[in-house]
Design a protein around this ligand. Sequence first.
Ligand SMILES: [Zn+2]
Length: 132
Amino acid sequence: MPSRKKYKYNKKELKKFRELILAERNRIVSELGRINNEIKNASDSGSSGSNYASHLADSGTDGMEREKLYLYASQEGDYLRALDEALERIERGIYGKCESCGELIPKKRLNVVPAARMCIVCQTNQEKNQRG
Ligand SMILES: [Zn+2]
């Protein structure tokens, strides 16, 4: 008799993942709040005619800093969406299943990357394909 393979996590395991994702989600939400504040401050200090206004040489770096913050914010925003999708998969009871090969993604990986949609093998293959 072949051993019965496990294709999804049970309710208790899903509950733990859910807690993990919610904690991660909270962290990202507060992080996004912080970034948005920094962006706001960066714009404020640029227009308020402070001492820094005379340092024209620095204005380039300010712009770059702000751009970095925007990029960071959009990355965190993407991550937030990925976490929301993971929560949705938990609700549907399909969380932890690789979207490509249907194998169960190991707990070890999900604990590190709770928003993972694919097992490490499929993820690596996809990244290879995307690079061409
Ligand atoms: Zn896979």
